[in-house]
Design a binder for this molecule. Structure first.
Ligand code: NAD
Length: 496
């Protein structure tokens, strides 16, 4: 019998107030029921917010280094549980074990990075314009942070948000993706074991209703969201109206440019990993491949050959290279886009169908797909598909390539393969994305560097690295005047 899991609210594991649940099934084998999870609503968020406010009052008084010590213990426990977590994650999300191990490792890196930051939450001391007066800044926690996360990085994305938020002294309410609730359950168990005071973390499972209630709750002062641009836009409207601090990390339509002088072996490995890793379900996935006309035919033939040999299957099998899509809707969407691409004139070079093997019938599999002859006007070159579909575009000059790469509403990641150092730097400067890789695919962010995109991908904040600590804290300025007289800034030191 499948287990029924609970929310973690106000220091207790409890069901949703309505008693409703949702099913969590293995996308590689939908007969495998992982468990039932609460389908929460407004009442559950209300209770979580009330408790989180109390948690905040306690936790914000704990010194930064001591908060960091808790996160170091979290890092140690995640390290000890890496294999168990990776296995559970593959079972509910579908990506292969090597990738879910990477996902856990990103959480571990983020925990240790945040732990050290506890001794380094620097403010500034700045000379005052007046004598016998000090001026300085320090970081003050905001309050309760509401974290809303997508399905594709079940541990890395929640922890990118949660660890810096906690380190800065905030309490958090996590509303994970309804498609991957088990990993968040395991994360919260780990946090509690590491000694995080219970009210500092609240876990509320569910879908849109719970997410919306979290965004709309007046006591949740800061929202961090990663997911689709459509959802992010509606969250943005609410937060704008309520004057909430908001970080949005949304969709992508990332291009890899393979120039005429590129090392084609290297580029081939890069595009296979960039386009078909995680079954194309990464915000940074390579979804457009721009090939210089001199290498176009040769490279496309090699790519098609290599991609046709990728092994589909359950991500927990050592042979599998490409797992399933997350659910039926995701596969339907991929199918629709492949049809639209062909209707608009693209040529189907590979894939374009579900696999025929009976072994794969019980999962949401789709064959790695390549569409060639695509132009910037085609929808498959502009819209996020979020599946194993690569659109190939031919170009003649680097100026064209950069123009085409930039001709999308998104701006997350880009990549260029070339041996020419001048072109590399030009591309780094001119590609309109938050991240550019040279001689590497569009994926591969490291936890200690800022991560995020421009245009419709983001709203100016970054996850990861040092910048995220600014997001989860308010800067407070303090002046101390020890002159014993009234000193008026801008007035007393200028005698007109
Ligand atoms: P999604 O937008 O469907 O859902 C994301 C989260 O939002 C889920 O927890 C969902 O329950 C919640 N939600 C849905 N409607 C809501 C509402 N009205 N108010 C509040 N919360 C709501 O996204 P998904 O399908 O889980 O993930 C895929 C998307 O995430 C892709 O577009 C991908 O590009 C994006 N993504 C972006 C990044 C990045 O860093 N830029 C990283 C990973 C994924």
């Amino acid at each position: 019998m499948a287990r029924t899991f609970k929310n973690f609210v106000d220091g207790e594991w409890i069901p949703a107030e309505s008693g409703a649940t949702l099913e969590n099934r293995n996308p590689a084998d939908t007969t495998d029921l992982i468990g039932r999870f609460p389908l929460s609503g407004r009442a559950d968020i209300r209770r979580a917010a009330r408790s989180a406010m109390q948690g905040f009052r306690l936790w914000s008084r704990v010194p930064g280094p001591a908060r960091g010590d808790v996160l170091r213990r979290v890092g140690d426990l995640l390290t000890a549980r890496k294999e168990m977590l990776a296995d559970a994650m593959t079972r509910e999300m579908g990506k292969v074990l090597a990738e879910t191990r990477g996902d856990v490792q990103e959480a571990i890196d983020t925990a240790y990075y945040a732990a050290t930051e506890g001794r380094r939450l620097f403010g500034h001391t700045v000379p005052s314009e007046l004598p016998s007066k000090w001026a300085m800044t320090y970081r003050r926690p905001i309050g309760v942070a509401g974290l809303i996360t997508p399905f594709n990085f079940p541990l890395a994305i929640p922890t990118w948000k949660m660890f810096p938020a906690l380190l800065c002294g905030n309490a958090v309410i996590l509303k994970p993706s309804e498609d991957v609730p088990h990993t968040s359950h395991l994360l919260v168990e780990t946090l509690l074991e590491a000694g995080l005071p219970p009210q500092v973390i609240q876990l509320v499972h569910g879908g849109e209703e719970a997410g919306r209630a979290l965004v709309e709750h007046p006591d949740v002062g800061v929202i961090s969201f990663t997911g689709s641009t459509a959802t992010g836009s509606s969250i943005g409207e609410t937060c704008g109206r309520m004057h909430k601090r908001l970080s949005l990390e949304m969709g992508g339509k990332n291009a890899m440019i393979v120039h005429e002088d590129a090392d084609l072996d290297l580029a081939l490995d890069g595009v296979l990993w960039g386009a078909f890793g995680t079954t194309g379900q990464r915000c940074t996935a390579t979804s457009r491949l721009l090939l210089h006309r001199k290498v176009h035919d040769r490279f496309l033939a090699r790519l098609s050959d290599a991609a046709s040999g990728l092994v589909l299957g359950d991500g927990r099998s050592a042979k599998t290279q490409v797992g399933p899509l997350i659910h039926a809707d995701a596969r339907d969407k991929v199918e629709r886009y492949v049809a639209v691409g062909q209707e608009q004139g693209a040529e189907l070079v590979l894939g374009g169908a579900r696999p025929r093997s009976r072994r794969l019938k019980a999962g949401w599999f789709y064959r790695p797909t390549i569409l060639a002859g695509v132009t910037s006007k085609h929808r498959v070159a502009r819209e996020e598909i979020f599946g194993p579909v690569l659109s190939v575009i031919r170009y003649s000059t680097m100026r064209d390539a950069i123009r085409i790469a930039n001709a999308v509403p998104y701006g997350l990641s880009s990549s260029l393969y070339t041996q020419d150092v001048n072109l590399s730097f030009r591309a780094m400067e001119e590609l309109d994305t938050g991240i550019t890789y040279i001689n590497a695919p569009t994926i591969g962010a490291e936890a200690h560097l800022p991560f995020g995109g421009i245009k419709q991908t983001g709203n100016g904040h970054r996850e990861g690295g040092w910048e995220v600590f600014d997001f989860y804290a308010e800067t407070k300025v303090c002046y101390v005047d020890y002159s014993g007289t009234l000193q008026r800034a801008q007035i007393d030191n200028y005698d007109d």
